[in-house]
Design a protein around this ligand. Structure first.
Ligand code: CA
Length: 240
């Protein structure tokens, strides 16, 4: 994730198929010194985001070539950045799915330009604060009474038992714990070295992790299966 240097230096991609709305968004943000780039199809945005990682993408859901939700999903897999969904779709399911896919905020059209600017600034500030506070390399994660040491590949249970993990299990757990409460696809969990998204071994590793975490596979509380989408680590996680 790129960290914006300051509000005004932030680079914003605006994905919007209606030219009038795109102009309004870019003019409103431009007044506050943001640099905006307008793209009118999902494919255009995804290919542009691979060349130049934006600080934030403003994404419309109703697009001519693909659903905006799919754009959010692919963006988070390939070029993660802050996302604000700006859409005419005022539906709780869309809102929840958007946020679960990693969007930082959701605004329903028609929108008030000053509110849009305020939300954009608040998202960018949040990322700046996180970058300032978090040390670059944190190796210990605590969640639900458990401690995971990603350098030593060990888990310590709430009762003090120490459990060893293989390096692939530790890598998978670290990936889940870095982005808790977000749906991660199999591709995201496999990492970049293993390219076969149909590799079922991810499921095998997940079940081994569940066993080590005493997580009931029939009714898992920590590593939840999201059918058709991937897995989600459901807990408050603190890295130190
Ligand atoms: Ca639209």
């Amino acid at each position: 994730m790129t960290q914006p240097r300051s509000d005004s230096a932030a680079n914003i991609f605006v994905l919007e198929d209606e030219p009038d709305i795109a102009r309004l968004i870019c003019a409103s943000l431009g007044d506050y010194g943001f640099r905006c780039e307008h793209l009118s199809t999902g494919r255009q945005l995804l290919s542009r985001a691979r060349q130049a990682t934006p600080d934030l993408c403003i994404i419309d859901l109703g697009l001519p070539d693909m659903d905006g939700m799919q754009v959010v999903r692919e963006l988070q897999e390939g070029s993660p950045c802050a996302v604000l969904i700006l859409t005419g779709r005022n539906d709780v399911t869309d809102r929840v799915l958007g946020l679960e896919l990693g969007a930082d905020d959701y605004i329903v059209k028609p929108f008030e330009p000053r509110e849009l600017v305020a939300r954009v600034r608040s998202i960018l500030r949040r990322y700046q604060r996180a970058a300032a506070v978090e040390p670059a390399e944190r190796t210990i994660a605590r969640f639900s009474g458990w401690t995971f040491d990603s350098a030593r590949h060990t888990l310590t249970a709430p009762d003090g038992r120490e459990i060893g993990l293989s390096s692939s299990e530790a890598g998978l757990l670290a990936t889940l714990l870095r982005r808790p409460n977000k749906i991660l696809s199999r591709e995201q969990l496999l990492g970049e070295r293993e390219l076969d998204p149909f590799d079922r071994s991810i499921d095998v590793r997940i079940s081994r992790l569940r066993r080590k975490l005493d997580d009931d596979p029939q009714n898992p509380k920590l590593i939840k299966t999201v059918y058709g989408a991937g897995y989600l680590f459901s807990a408050q996680v603190a890295w130190e």
